[in-house]
Design a protein around this ligand. Structure first.
Ligand SMILES: Cc1cc2nc3c(=O)[nH]c(=O)nc-3n(C[C@H](O)[C@H](O)[C@H](O)COP(=O)(O)OP(=O)(O)OC[C@H]3O[C@@H](n4cnc5c(N)ncnc54)[C@H](O)[C@@H]3O)c2cc1C
Length: 384
């Protein structure tokens, strides 16, 4: 078993590091999906754009996730309507639908080779309470014209504990590292300059200090998610997840995956967790403490295998081997939506939660548009 993200386990030659002082319009710190999208959108608008990444592009959470490009945010739609009101909930949700479409059109327009597919996703429940909740969620989404489909289990599938599924036909899957690195290459085609293995040591409104040079800029943008030093616990919560990818399953094992449709499945029973297919492998991840011990890691890994067995009882855990195991961090804001704005003179985006592949792409566009005069929608201003 390799202790590295499955996605990052591919050959890669990083770009050179910064080697001298430079001046630019926009300097972006952080080469995850948010920073790369910001670089792409800024460069496309003709702004002189530089991005620095302390390690390699997509080496942070952007390269350690499940590669699921889904609509919504860290809250179901019915709860969002109760908490935010119908209009804000619908606008926030619709923005994530636009963001997902943006991901699709970037991949299509620039032919980014990232194993993209659109099999749709399932939200699956196995108890009558869960079914009541799913029916309410589907009805609330439909009342706001949000597309979804209820799938009754009907004829009991041979290898499935579930009663009812909420199917979203539009959700997508991709290889996150190939996607982010592919978009970085597109940003370069528009003139963005990217330095890898270049760490920002300190930053002010117009200056970023690295160990090898100073970058002077009109705008300094932090796309650091969980490494943003200015985020306080009052603004949200950091979580750590442990993820696994299995060795390839046999055709017989794959045939035992009794999903009515879709390439990924979420459930809250027994706990909030998901599984996705990657060809004939499976991915799943689960939360672990922020500073796990090796015993905790072992237990969590066992739990992940048990979870696969629970959702796909046709697969025996003893027959599944893990090929890759890794951990990554997430940041959830109090209001389950990312923050996009300016604070203490610095532009910042954080709080993508478990939806950075969609939110991060949109956040980059919103920020770049704001640099040429389009105000950032109030929706994203968390007034920290
Ligand atoms: C296990 C797991 C599963 C997930 N599954 C999904 C999923 O399926 N779909 C989804 O949409 N989201 C998912 N997420 C969340 C998603 O990965 C994040 O929301 C997303 O990666 C955030 O992107 P980002 O660019 O904002 O941050 P990051 O990807 O963390 O990028 C920040 C970058 O900043 C760099 N950096 C930090 N400090 C400095 C410095 N001083 N100087 C220069 N560079 C610096 C880091 O090296 C890093 O590359 C998952 C997360 C985890 C952990």
């Amino acid at each position: 078993m390799k202790n590295i993200s499955y996605w990052l386990d591919i050959p890669y030659t990083p770009r050179p590091s910064l080697s001298a002082d430079i001046t630019t319009d926009v300097i972006i710190i952080g080469g995850g999906i948010t920073g790369v999208s910001t670089a792409y959108h800024c460069a496309k608008q003709g702004l002189r754009t530089v991005l620095i990444e302390k390690d390699t592009i997509a080496s942070g959470s952007a390269g350690k996730n499940g590669g699921m490009v889904v609509e919504g945010f860290s809250m179901d739609f019915a709860t969002a309507v109760e908490k935010l009101g119908l209009e804000t909930a619908r606008d926030s949700w619709n923005n994530t639908i636009e963001a997902r479409k943006m991901v699709q059109s970037l991949i299509a327009e620039y032919k980014i080779d990232c194993d993209f597919s659109q099999p749709g996703s399932l939200y699956s429940v196995e108890t009558s309470e869960g079914a009541t909740w799913v029916r309410k969620e589907a009805a609330t989404r439909k009342s706001a014209d949000i597309e979804c489909e209820l799938i009754e289990q009907g004829i009991q599938l041979k290898h499935s504990p579930f009663l009812l599924h909420l199917f979203n036909p539009m959700d997508c899957m991709l290889h996150p590292v190939k996607f982010v690195r592919g978009l970085a290459e597109v940003a370069e085609r528009y003139g963005a300059v990217i330095f890898e293995n270049t760490k920002a040591i300190s930053f002010t409104e117009h200056e970023v200090m690295t160990s090898v040079g100073i970058i002077s800029a009109n705008k300094v943008v932090l796309c650091l998610e969980t490494s943003d030093p200015s985020i306080t616990p009052a603004q949200g919560r950091i979580a750590r997840e442990q993820a696994i990818v299995t060795e390839p399953l046999t055709d017989e094992q794959m045939a035992n995956i009794d999903w009515p449709k879709g390439g990924m499945l979420w459930t809250e029973e027994p706990d909030y967790i998901n599984i996705r297919k990657i060809g004939n492998r499976l991915f799943t991840s689960y939360s672990i403490s922020l500073q796990p011990t090796s015993d905790e890691r072992d237990q969590n890994r066992e739990q992940l295998l048990e979870f696969i067995h629970h959702c796909l009882p046709g697969l025996k855990t003893q027959d599944i081997a893990i090929s890759h195991c890794w951990e990554g961090l997430l940041f959830y804001t109090e209001r389950s939506r990312p923050y996009i704005g300016k604070r203490n003179g610095l532009y910042q985006v954080y709080g993508q939660g478990g939806n950075g592949l969609t939110h991060g792409v949109l956040a980059g566009k919103i920020l770049a548009d704001s640099f040429i005069g389009t105000p950032i929608p109030d929706l994203y201003n968390l007034k920290p």
